[in-house]
Design a protein around this ligand. Structure first.
Ligand code: ADP
Length: 345
C-alpha cells in the first residue's frame, strides 16, 4: 500500500493532519565539498534514519546552470555515490533522481500559476545574477517554484535548510498556504513545511577565506585525496604572522576547518599551540590534512568499492525513484482533484 503521509487527526495547527515527512534535494552541479558536508549532508545522513524521508538529486534544477550532458550524468551518479559512501542507508530512506519523478513539473506548473512574479524577482540567486550583469534564464527565475513542488509533491512537512535556503522555503510555505486557502474548502490539502535546523553550522570557509562554494572555485572536495588534497590544504590563505609569534586561532581559516574535524581535546591542543607561538601555519595545515584524511577514511574506502559496482547504485536510485513516484502520485491525485483537473485515464 502506498503511504500517502495522511493521518486522520483534525487540523488544529496547519500540519496536525499530516504525518512528519522530511524532504531535501541535492544539486548535482559539481563535486560536493566540505561546506556541503558540514552545512547539509551530515544533517541529511542523521535525519534519513529517523524519519520517513525523500532525498533526491535535483538534476532538473542543475540544468539552470549546467548545460553539459556528460557532466550532469557524472555529477548525478557522483552525488549518489557520495551519499551512500557517507552512510546513507537505502533500506531506511529513499534516494533518487528528481527526473525519475517527472510529475514534479506538473505540480510546478500549477504553482507557477499561483506565484506572483514580484516575489520571484526578489529571489537571491536570481537577483545576484542580474546584479552581476548576467542574463538569468527562466529556469533560474522559477527555481524556487520547482523547489516548492519538490517538497510538497511528497507531502514534506520538514525541510533541513541552511541559512541560504530560508527564503526559498518561505516561498514554498506561502504557496502551500495560498493553495490551501484557495482550494482547501476549510481543510488543508497540503502541509505547510517547517524549516528543520539540526545544528546551526557556521559558514565553512574555502581556501581563499570566502564562503566555500563551487561558484568561487575555492572548494576542498569531500573525497579529495593524495596530492590533490594536499595541494588544496596547503593553498589555504593565512596572514603573514611569523612562525615564532603567537597567533589567533579564531581569525584563522585553517583553524576554522580544523575545528570542524577535531574532537574537543584536539581542538584545545591546537588552539593552545596557536596562542603560545612557535607553531606555524604550515604545522596547522599538516594537522588539518591528517584530520581530513582520517575523518573520511572509512567513507573514502566505501566510495572506492561502490564505484566498482555501478549496477548497485543504479538499483538504489531505481528503487528510490519507484517509491518517490508512488508517493508523488498519491499527492498529485489530491492536488489535481483540488484544482479541478479532470483525469480520464
Ligand atoms: P555551492 O555554493 O557550492 O553551489 P550549494 O548551494 O549547492 O553549494 O549548497 C548546498 C547546501 O550546502 C546549501 O544549502 C548549504 O546548506 C550547504 N553549504 C554550501 N556551502 C556551504 C558553506 N560554505 N558552509 C556551510 N554550508 C554550506
Amino acid at each position: 500500500m502506498t503511504n500517502t503521509g495522511l493521518m486522520s487527526a483534525p487540523p488544529s495547527d496547519p500540519n496536525a493532519s499530516f504525518s512528519p515527512i522530511v524532504v531535501s534535494g541535492i544539486q548535482p552541479s559539481g563535486t560536493l565539498h566540505l561546506g556541503n558536508y558540514f552545512g547539509a549532508i551530515r544533517q541529511h545522513i542523521a535525519l534519513h534514519e529517523a524519519y520517513e524521508s525523500y532525498f533526491f538529486i535535483v538534476n532538473y534544477h542543475a540544468l539552470t546552470t549546467l548545460h553539459d550532458a556528460e557532466a550532469l550524468r557524472r555529477y548525478s551518479v557522483d552525488v549518489a555515490l557520495d551519499y551512500l559512501a557517507l552512510g546513507f542507508d537505502p533500506e531506511k530512506s529513499n534516494l533518487f533522481l528528481q527526473s525519475d519523478v517527472p510529475a514534479v513539473n506538473e505540480l510546478a506548473w500549477i504553482f507557477y500559476t499561483m506565484t506572483p512574479v514580484s516575489q520571484l524577482e526578489k529571489g537571491v540567486s536570481y537577483k545576484d545574477k542580474v546584479a552581476q550583469g548576467l542574463s538569468a534564464n527562466a529556469g533560474l527565475f522559477n527555481y524556487p517554484v520547482l523547489q516548492a513542488a519538490d517538497i510538497l509533491i511528497y507531502g514534506g512537512t520538514r525541510v533541513p535548510v541552511g541559512a541560504d535556503q530560508k527564503q526559498n522555503l518561505e516561498i514554498c510555505r506561502d504557496l502551500a498556504i495560498r493553495f490551501n486557502d484557495r482550494f482547501g474548502d476549510g481543510t488543508p490539502v497540503l502541509p505547510v513545511p517547517e524549516p528543520y535546523i539540526l545544528d546551526d553550522v557556521a559558514v565553512v570557509p574555502g581556501v581563499d577565506g570566502r564562503k566555500m562554494s563551487k561558484s568561487y572555485g575555492n572548494t576542498i572536495g569531500i573525497f579529495d585525496e593524495g596530492k590533490d588534497l594536499k595541494k588544496k590544504v596547503m593553498s589555504i590563505i593565512t596572514d603573514s604572522t611569523p612562525l615564532e609569534e603567537p597567533k589567533n586561532p579564531d581569525t584563522c581559516n585553517v583553524f576554522a576547518l580544523i575545528r570542524l574535524f577535531a574532537d574537543d581535546s584536539k581542538r584545545e591542543e591546537v588552539a593552545a599551540a596557536y596562542r603560545s607561538g612557535g607553531y606555524g601555519y604550515g604545522h596547522a595545515k599538516k594537522e588539518l590534512l591528517s584530520l581530513i584524511t582520517d575523518y573520511f577514511a572509512g567513507a573514502r574506502e566505501k566510495r572506492h568499492e561502490l564505484a566498482q559496482n555501478p549496477s548497485y547504485v543504479q538499483d538504489v536510485l531505481r528503487e528510490g525513484g519507484r517509491k518517490g513516484r508512488a508517493q508523488a502520485h498519491a499527492w498529485m491525485e489530491r492536488v489535481r482533484d483540488a484544482v479541478g483537473l479532470i483525469t480520464t485515464y
